[in-house]
Design a protein around this ligand. Structure first.
Ligand SMILES: Cc1cc2nc3c(=O)[nH]c(=O)nc-3n(C[C@H](O)[C@H](O)[C@H](O)COP(=O)(O)O)c2cc1C
Length: 443
């Protein structure tokens, strides 16, 4: 280490601070895409504040690092916030940040500052660095942020995203990705949930109903003599033939076929205990069966086109009413995937959250996603077994669906759909056209 001095920051060096800041924060662990000019504005604006305080580290006549912040009065005294601590990457790893922080803290003590705080990374080496100086994570407050771009067109995320994963995407997108990852990884072991926490089931709170009661009096019995259907029995053949179908013929489904599909996906075979759980044709975590099935039916023999709801306890359906604009609804609800307009039935699956939360509390939600996959897989296989075809759809518009079926979107929301229709092997080419881009783009 050469000769160094620590002295107050000065506006004369603001350009240099900007360069250091941009270089430091463009590297690990931040990887932020700073331009030196923007960083200079950032530093200048802090320095211009009346209560700003900063120190620069000068080595052999050159500024190589700085610490900068400002103080503010609170009812308990004046506190200082460290906004920036940056060291030129060429000089990092030599204790310069430590020297600057120590000098800043001792200046704060001299000035009678009663507390120092800063925002830093939630994990990694930075919190450890600050902990060595007595900093602790604040438990009483949290950092809240509103991203004003969130309603934007997403272009920021696209610009910043690096498909190799080498560079972090925009912060708001990264936060969502992190949330998604922790949703999967932390659900079984989440430190934020106190050890003393008990689920509502453990607290012996009343259990929610096993299925939703009919919403209307328009109830229709379903045929359950499936022996009348031509059902394939070559299990491996069905498994191998299952595929997503997005091209359908005009041929309607029969009511028996619809009944068979509903039975295979949500049918109640038994009730465990007096009314502890339903045992259905699909497996489900804790046998909670937290789903309801709604349908937009366009072509099923004997049924008026319109909106329907499956009643699994009695294997019936109820007619909820006509849809004023069925085509418009299906299109909007499936994010304009208009190939679905030719299907005979679009199955919409809702989740009644508390049915799973009662038992699993904060751990319910990943299980809900796991469970929902069983339903559509059975729907795929059941459809294949009677010569029908369908395609699972995650890209639904829950708001449009909930509005149409009269759901509140809070306790119960539609989140998954699957159009099903009659299919013809002669449409193979039209089906393959959905993946023409794979060939065209040489993927
Ligand atoms: C959870 C899930 C969501 C899906 N969402 C869509 C969708 O929104 N649109 C679509 O055309 N296909 C969707 N698919 C179908 C997949 O693209 C399809 O399963 C995949 O390409 C494999 O083809 P295969 O089902 O013919 O084997 C979805 C499938 C699943 C399981």
């Amino acid at each position: 280490m050469g000769e160094y001095t620590i002295q107050p920051c000065t506006m004369e060096h603001v350009q240099r601070y900007g360069e250091i800041y941009a270089a430091a924060f463009s590297g690990e662990p931040w990887n932020d895409a700073w331009k030196a000019a923007d960083a200079e504005v950032h530093v200048r604006e802090i320095l211009e504040m009346e209560q700003a305080f900063g120190l620069e580290y000068v080595e052999d006549g050159e500024v190589v690092g700085f610490i900068l912040g400002s103080s503010m009065v609170f009812h308990y005294g004046r506190t200082f916030e460290i906004n920036d601590l940056a060291v030129d990457p060429a000089y990092q790893g030599r204790g310069i940040a430590r020297t600057l922080l120590e000098a800043c803290l001792s200046a704060m003590r001299e000035q009678g500052i009663c507390g120092v705080h800063m925002i830093t990374q939630g994990d990694g080496f930075l919190p450890e660095f600050y902990k060595r100086y007595g900093f602790k994570k604040e438990n009483k407050v949290i950092l809240m942020g509103l991203d004003m771009d969130e309603e934007g067109d997403g272009s920021e995320a696209v610009d910043n995203a690096d498909p190799t994963g080498a560079k972090d995407p925009a912060p708001a997108v990264k936060a969502r990705i992190d949330l998604g990852r922790s949703f999967i990884t932390k659900f079984a072991d989440d430190e934020s949930i106190p050890e003393t926490y008990m689920t509502d089931q453990e607290l012996k709170k009343p259990q929610p109903p096993l299925a939703k009661a009919p919403m209307t009096g328009n109830i229709i019995d379903l045929p359950n003599d499936f022996g009348e259907l031509e059902i394939r029995t070559d299990f491996l053949g069905i498994i191998n033939d299952r595929k997503s179908h997005r091209v359908y013929t005009d041929q309607p489904l029969t009511l028996r076929e619809l009944s068979y599909l509903l039975w295979c996906t949500q049918g109640v075979k038994d009730v465990r205990g007096k009314s502890y759980a339903t045992i259905r044709t699909v497996p489900c975590g804790g046998a909670r069966h937290e789903f309801e099935c709604y349908m937009a039916i366009r072509r099923v023999e004997g049924l008026e086109p319109g909106l329907y709801h499956y009643l699994p306890m009695t294997h019936q359906i109820e007619f909820l009413g006509e849809s004023p604009d069925m085509g418009g609804f299906i299109s909007k609800s499936l994010q304009e995937q208009n190939w679905a307009l030719k299907s005979s039935v679009v199955f919409y699956y809702s989740c009644v959250f508390y049915r799973a939360e009662w038992r699993y509390g904060p751990w319910a939600h990943p299980v809900i996603l796991m469970d929902s996959g069983h339903i559509t897989e059975n729907l795929y296989l059941a459809a294949t077994s009677i010569g029908l075809g369908g395609c699972a759809i995650a890209a639904v518009d829950p708001e449009a669906c909930n509005r149409e079926f009269g759901l509140d979107g809070v306790e119960e929301t539609i989140f998954y759909a699957m159009p099903v229709g009659t299919v013809d092997p002669a449409d193979r080419e039209s089906e393959d056209a959905f993946y023409a881009f794979v060939r065209e783009e040489g993927l």
